[in-house]
Design a protein around this ligand. Structure first.
Ligand code: NAD
Ligand code: IPM
Ligand code: MN
Length: 353
């Protein structure tokens, strides 16, 4: 018997609702010889408002000792004066990604059979965005001068290191070379962001030499949004920086049937710290507490986690259960609105069989 020590951070809004369903599915999906040992952490808005704590060093040290992390979502209602924007996003979520060196932010996008895309003829969509996770404009490298005056100046500097870019580019090439179409598209804005763009272009070209079987393509990020909407089946692996990847993956979720289905993994490929799995979506304050959030993205994140931990059969079983659940829903022809726990129960029941 081996154990899976799992740090669980439900977080805010719908975060805890979808995370509990994901745990429910994990319980039945885990192989018999794997004992799932979840430890729940009450990090998020409530703890911050009650104590002022966001992610105490001692808690981070404890989390680091786990095999993996499952996270729901963090952040309050935009505009909530008690919770300034960024406190939890930067202090908790990004701090975990940075401290645990989650340099590969993996975000697969597929249109599952039976799931309706808002696009009229999307084609066979199956791509993965490899989003850089520890650099870009996310590092907090910036500041404000003369705040609140008409002469205010604010900067938000994008950090791109050769080391940071090369390692995520190499990971993306390796993923592309394992996929049937073996195609990699760099998405950037090299026509304007010339300094960062030069590093990304140079390193993509350099690493491409190690993967002669992978076809390389390039798109400016603005054009990429066109093709994601008009011809998404052209994409296989997209590698891009932290901010472009954030924006493109919400778009990717929207075209593949909705944000409630989009899963992600914050991967530390070197395994020097636990990787973290979470839905792409946020805390959705507009629907929190109603039991109507779709937990599928969190459940598919568990599939990514099982795969990362080497339990590929269990991972495939979770994905197959989600596919079957969606296919049955489509075949029934009914427009049923299921609750969060009904969806979790239906998927868990399929995994159990
Ligand atoms: P959001 O993803 O929370 O919500 C966008 C829209 O999608 C909303 O209408 C919401 O109801 C809907 N939605 C999201 N998840 C859903 C689900 N599982 N089922 C059904 N509908 C779903 O984005 P937002 O409104 O920009 O952000 C809300 C808060 O979440 C902010 O505080 C933001 O900073 C935070 N946030 C956190 C994360 C994270 O923790 N990973 C990610 C994104 C946003
Ligand atoms: C995401 C979120 C986060 C990001 C925020 C909440 C920091 O939007 O995971 O996509 O920008 O990475
Ligand atoms: Mn996002």
């Amino acid at each position: 018997m081996t154990s899976l020590k799992l740090a669980v951070i439900g977080g805010d809004g719908i975060g805890p609702e979808v995370t509990e369903e994901a745990l429910k599915v994990l319980e039945v999906a885990a192989p018999a010889e794997l004992k799932v040992e979840p430890t729940r952490y009450d990090l998020g808005a409530e703890r911050y408002l009650a104590t002022g704590e966001v992610l105490p060093d001692a808690v981070l040290a404890e989390i680091r000792e786990h095999d993996a992390i499952l996270l729901g979502a963090v952040g309050g209602k935009p505009g909530d004066a008690r919770l300034p924007a960024g406190i939890l996003e930067r202090g908790l979520l990004l701090k975990l990604r940075f401290e645990l060196d989650h340099y590969v932010n993996l975000r697969p996008s597929r249109i599952f059979p039976g799931v309706v895309s808002p696009l009229a003829a999307p084609g066979d969509v199956d791509f993965v965005v490899v989003r850089e996770g520890t650099e870009g404009p996310y590092t907090g490298n910036g500041g404000t001068l003369r705040a609140g005056t008409p002469h205010e100046v604010a900067t938000e500097v994008s950090l791109n290191t050769a080391h940071g870019v090369e390692r995520v580019v190499r990971d993306a090439f390796a993923r592309a070379s394992r996929r049937p179409r073996r195609k990699l598209t760099l998405v950037h804005k090299t026509n304007v962001l010339v300094h960062a763009g030069a590093v990304w272009s140079r390193l993509v070209n350099a690493v491409a030499a190690e993967f002669p079987d992978v076809t390389v393509d390039y798109l400016h990020v603005d054009a990429a949004t066109i093709f994601l909407t008009t011809d998404p089946s052209r994409f296989d692996v997209i590698v891009t920086d932290n901010l472009f990847g954030d924006i493109l993956t919400d778009l990717a979720a929207a075209i593949t049937g909705g944000i409630g289905l989009a899963a992600s993994g914050n991967i530390n490929p070197d395994r020097t710290a636990p990787s973290m799995f979470e839905p792409v979506h946020g805390s959705a304050p507009d629907i929190a507490g109603q039991g109507i959030a779709d937990p599928t993205a969190a459940i598919l994140s568990v599939s990514l986690m099982l795969d990362h931990l080497g339990h590929s059969q269990a991972a495939a079983a979770v994905e197959a259960a989600v596919l079957a659940d969606r296919a049955e829903l489509a075949a029934s022809g009914r427009d049923v609105r299921r609750s969060t726990s009904e969806i979790g129960d239906a998927i868990a029941a399929r995994v159990a069989h």
